[in-house]
Design a protein around this ligand. Structure first.
Ligand code: ADP
Ligand code: MG
Ligand code: ZN
Length: 481
């Protein structure tokens, strides 16, 4: 049954930039250092310390803006967002408000039904992260504060309320995640909090002109939880409205254990923050030349890669999409093709055995023990007939385990395929002689027995006989009988 209600969803995403140093000081952004070791007067918020903007952060913001078709503002301004929190020693966060660096872009997603849909991007702005509170445990009576994270650069990417289901929200989030990772501006690690999502959700009657009141679901750290949290929240709001209640504007937390959202606090309005331009920082001026420079240096994005893989390399759209989904995997595949120009052959091994091996060992593409050069070398040996596809499985595993090249393994283990018909004929004669009964059955029309003979000959050759030659010679000899 089609619901009388329609959901409206807008996402705010915080993506942590992969710059080496923080946004307004020279402290390291590395994860996992001893508490408060990556701090200085600026990021500790000591009085009198002055922030200096990290140029790389601006460049990264421009990259994100260009990739999402935003307008890059020639002049943008940092503002103070005032609030009290123990992990925010200055009493304000430096962010952008009225004049953000990027405005008015969009990303394209594919809906569940396979249609394309454009999701608007309202704005992208630069800001600093706050520190982190650590609570030693119930009853301890105190908390720790770690300010290593204070001042780490973030991009906040705010979408238009264009999504109408949890699935669309997840599709947009995945697209955005893929984009920032491709751009090399964010490591995309959701567990470590490098990519965090707040989901704004409201419901309204189908066809209603105005949006309903939204609730904001804070800091959801996996794609699966985003889907669960939004679906739960839509149901909750519909039930509430159906029972004559009203949705209040508030911030809610998703509890991934129980699968429900709970009210955390009433939602602040912008005026609560008393935003004003930060007097310590000059406006950010971005020249047209700089934008061009960044545009020229943009890496190839997934859409373009998929197009090139299907046209120049002749892959199917499905294969191209799978390989391009992950930039590291796409690079691996291309390094393989650079060694041996058989895109389809290389793609099959990468999408099959390589992904399987990585999955089983829980490794990322970057940590793959088998180099793409060695894999390309192996596919070349299949294509030139040195080894069969079957023996290749053995070579593959050996390359994976030992790091040796295919050629070396083929030599050391004597895996070279036997194509010499004299040698194969000898084996075929022996097998037919030893299995006279089956040979008679074959000649009497029992075609199925042929497979048995192929198996026996392959086994006798330790898998090294060329399968095509075995087939041909067997047919010929069995027919003679
Ligand atoms: P705030 O910082 O107060 O949350 P923002 O303007 O930064 O406000 O973000 C608002 C987010 O909420 C945007 O992603 C926007 O698309 C979304 N949004 C606004 N109104 C609604 C609504 N009625 N229902 C769902 N989402 C909404
Ligand atoms: Mg918000
Ligand atoms: Zn610092």
């Amino acid at each position: 049954m089609k619901s009388r209600y329609e959901a409206v969803i807008g996402l705010e995403v915080h993506a942590q930039m992969t710059t080496a140093t923080k946004i307004f000081c020279g402290c390291s952004t590395a994860f996992g250092a001893p508490p408060n070791s990556h701090t200085c007067p600026v990021c500790l918020g000591l009085p009198g310390a002055l922030p200096v903007l990290n140029r790389k952060v601006v460049e990264f913001a421009i990259r994100a803006g260009l990739a999402s078709r935003c307008t890059i503002a020639p002049r943008s301004v940092f503002a103070r967002k005032n609030y009290f929190y123990p992990d925010l020693p200055k009493g304000y966060q430096i962010s952008q408000y009225e004049l953000p660096i990027c405005i008015g872009g969009h990303l394209e997603i594919e809906t569940k039904e396979g249609a394309r849909k454009t999701i608007g991007i309202t704005r992208i702005h630069m800001e600093e992260d706050a520190g982190k509170l650590i609570h030693p445990g119930e009853g301890s009576g105190y908390s720790h504060v770690d300010l290593n994270r204070a001042g780490i650069p973030l991009l906040e990417i705010v979408s238009e309320p264009d999504m109408r289901s949890a699935d669309e929200a997840v599709a947009y989030l995945r697209k955005l995640h893929q984009t920032v990772v491709y751009l090399g501006i964010c490591d995309g690690n959701l567990e470590e909090g490098s990519f965090r999502c707040d989901a704004n959700v409201s419901v309204r009657l189908q066809g209603a002109a105005r949006f309903g009141t939204r609730a904001e679901l804070k800091n959801i750290n996996s794609f699966r939880f985003v889907k669960q949290a939004i679906e739960y929240e839509i149901e909750r709001q519909i039930d509430l409205v159906e029972c004559g209640g009203t949705v209040v504007q508030e911030t809610r937390l998703f509890d991934s254990v129980s699968g429900v959202t709970r009210s955390m606090r009433s939602k602040e309005e912008a005026h609560d923050y008393r935003y004003f331009p930060d007097p310590d920082l000059v406006p950010v001026i971005v020249s047209a030349e700089w934008i061009d420079e960044v545009r020229t240096a943009l890496p190839e994005l997934p859409e373009a890669k998929i197009d090139r893989f299907t046209t120049a390399l002749n892959l199917s759209r499905q294969d191209a999409e799978l390989l391009a989904a992950d930039r590291a995997l796409a690079d691996y595949f291309e390094a393989c093709v650079a060694v041996h120009n058989n895109p389809k052959g290389c793609a099959n091994w990468v999408m099959g055995e390589v992904l399987r091996g990585l999955n089983e060992s829980g490794l990322s593409v970057a940590a793959c023990p088998l180099t793409p050069e060695n894999l390309g070398g192996m596919v070349a040996r299949i294509d030139d007939g040195t080894i069969s596809g079957k023996i290749a499985k053995t070579v593959f595993q050996e390359m994976w385990d030992s790091g040796k090249s295919a050629d070396r393994i083929i030599e050391e283990k004597g895996l070279r395929q036997v194509t010499d018909s004299g040698a194969i004929e000898g084996i075929v004669d022996e097998i037919i002689a030893a299995n006279a009964e089956q040979a008679a059955q074959y000649r009497a029309g029992k075609e199925k027995v042929f497979g048995f003979f192929v198996g026996q000959v392959m086994k006798a050759s330790k898998g090294k006989a060329n399968p095509q030659a075995v087939n041909d010679i067997l047919r010929h000899k069995l027919a003679q009988g």
